[in-house]
Ligand binder design. Structure first.
Ligand code: NAP
Length: 508
């Protein structure tokens, strides 16, 4: 069926629009391109709209010194585009970005991508059964199907500290890095000690004059065991691709075993705590500093981090760790929880992302003009992380409750891309005008996973970006990657309404 009949003047019309050209958006575009004939969906009828001026998503945006992946590269890559020659066990940001670019070229996706396309509104047009999108620069697009692949961690979070606007020096955020700011020899305040900060601090410490690190809650950190991959190993994987497959599968199983610990945690996590405490003892001699960096919550409650160079960086003479966090910002420095005012030339916010509010209010509007972000409030939900009742023909990749604390998001992304492709295949094959998940199915699914999440380690009492103020968890998938794949292996068509005909008459 051709869906392009109701194009408006000045609007570019497509069959499918994908928002975001990061790992998820590109996987989706590749998946549709690979099956273009079977789907009757030529690549030129599918566009990928990207806000930035280059593809890569989080790996293009996050460019702070030290940025790297904390999931091993042989697992943090597409299963259909394994790379035999990763330079290290954990690849740095630049190498991951190069990989994404190379894959986009190889699968000819670049020609489908519109960069610099910041979508400011996406509205469901009920009469025409199309999504109508408006970009910040005035461009307009429409398509019957919209797939959002904008990532769960793409809106930087700034703390609400009094006086932030009064600071006169440069202000950076790890997710909005500006290479032009010269940090050499400067006094730099870093606020936050999450995954981004622990990668950044070891890189900044030798370059700056003094580094004041404001820690509110210490993270649990495990040894990283990162190392360059030997040339002979790369050569062997190039010659025998099955070796990279075996390596990937081994990593996947080892990581997935941890998901059991996150859900039924006690024994395993006690062992993990001993390991993490030993890591602190082996890298820090000063008992005061050891105490400061030792968390008082269970391992796994917040994201478990991996680093071998963070604790040694804290031991440097020019690095000073202040507990209790930053409480206010002044024109020339930071006020710590201990009441001390410390001057700073530059402030770096390593304060993370708005994970429980991945979408701002006023952007996505479904049936009856319902605003998706307002409808979600601070606890987004989606049936199988992919569809939301009231928002027909809208599919999410990396949607609510698809995040992982233990393994590679690429596995989740590929499973969702296959699932969405199947929703599209049947809709197109049968001339379905609207496909929408049933509200009861969505509510049942949401209840089930919230019940599981309520018993998991993430609900054991700490505060983290995984959970809302009132303790609900809209971010994580409570299980293994295998369980996620299995859930999405088949579409439960009874959970969907498929409507066809001009008025969207009900079919199934
Ligand atoms: P984050 O984990 O949310 O960390 C934010 C930090 O800011 C926390 O330590 C938080 O303390 C702190 N903070 C907030 N307000 C503060 C204040 N007033 N004073 C002092 N500290 C304050 O953010 P992130 O480090 O950017 O990481 C977010 C996620 O991105 C990670 O968990 C991970 O999923 C992803 N990431 C991945 C990689 C990778 O290698 N793959 C690298 C970076 C990030 P509290 O803990 O007390 O809230």
């Amino acid at each position: 069926m051709e869906y392009g009949e109701t194009q408006q003047a000045g609007e570019e019309s497509f069959e499918v629009l994908i928002l975001g050209a990061g790992f998820a958006g590109l996987a989706m575009a590749i998946s549709l391109r690979e099956q273009a004939e079977a789907l009757g969906l030529p690549p030129e009828r599918v566009a990928v709209l990207e806000r930035e001026d280059e593809i890569g998503g989080t790996w293009y945006v996050n460019r702070y010194p030290g940025c790297a992946c904390d999931i091993p590269s042989h697992l943090y890559s597409y299963s259909f585009a394994r790379k035999p020659d990763w330079s290290r066990a954990y690849a740095p940001q630049g190498e991951i970005l190069d990989y994404i670019r190379e894959v986009a070229e190889r699968f000819q996706i670049r020609e489908q991508v519109r960069t610099g396309c910041d979508i400011t509104s996406a509205r469901w047009d009920e009469q025409a059964a199309r999504w109508r999108l408006q970009a910040a620069d005035g461009r307009r697009f429409s398509a019957p199907f919209l797939i959002t692949a904008t990532g769960g961690l793409s809106r930087p979070k700034w703390p609400e500290l009094p006086g932030m606007e009064r600071f006169t020096g440069p202000t950076l955020h790890t997710a909005q890095w500006d290479e032009a700011v010269d940090l050499k020899g400067k006094t730099v305040a870093v606020i936050g000690t999450g995954a981004s900060a622990i990668q950044l601090v070891p890189q900044l410490a030798p370059r700056v004059g003094r580094l004041d690190l404001y820690q509110r809650t210490p993270p649990w950190i495990m040894p990283r065991a990162d190392a360059p991959i030997a040339e002979w190993s790369k050569g062997a994987m190039r010659k025998l691709p099955v070796l990279s497959l075996l390596r990937r599968e081994r990593l996947r199983w080892v990581n997935d075993i941890r998901s059991v610990a996150f859900l039924h945690w006690t024994g395993f996590m006690r062992f993990a705590r001993l390991q993490a405490q030993a890591h602190i003892r082996s890298q820090i001699q000063d008992p005061v500093l050891r105490r400061k960096v030792t968390p008082d919550y269970d391992v796994g409650c917040k994201r478990v981090l991996v680093a071998d160079d963070y604790y040694p960086a804290l031991c440097r003479d020019n690095v000073h760790l202040h507990t209790g966090g930053a409480t206010a910002i002044e024109a020339d420095g930071v006020l710590g929880a201990d009441g001390e005012r410390r001057p700073a030339d530059v402030i770096v916010y390593a304060t993370g992302f708005q994970a429980t509010r991945p979408l701002p209010v006023g952007v996505v509007f479904g049936k009856g003009g319902t605003d998706l972000a307002a409808y979600w409030g601070d606890c987004p939900f989606a049936y199988r992380g992919t569809t939301v009742a009231g928002f027909p023909n809208l599919f999410f990749l990396v949607g609510p409750n698809t995040g992982l604390g233990h393994s590679s998001m690429l596995i989740i992304i590929e499973a969702q891309a296959r699932y969405v492709r199947e929703l599209l295949r049947r809709s197109r094959a049968e001339g379905v005008r609207e496909i929408e998940v049933k509200q009861q199915a969505e509510a049942r699914y949401n209840e089930e996973i919230q019940a599981k999440l309520g018993k998991a380690i993430w609900a054991s009492g700490c505060k983290s970006w995984y959970i809302t103020e009132d303790g609900r968890n809209p971010t994580l998938w409570p299980g293994s990657t295998f369980a996620f794949e299995q859930m999405l292996a088949e579409v439960q068509w009874d959970d969907y309404e498929l409507r066809s005909g001009a008025q969207g008459s009900r079919d199934a």
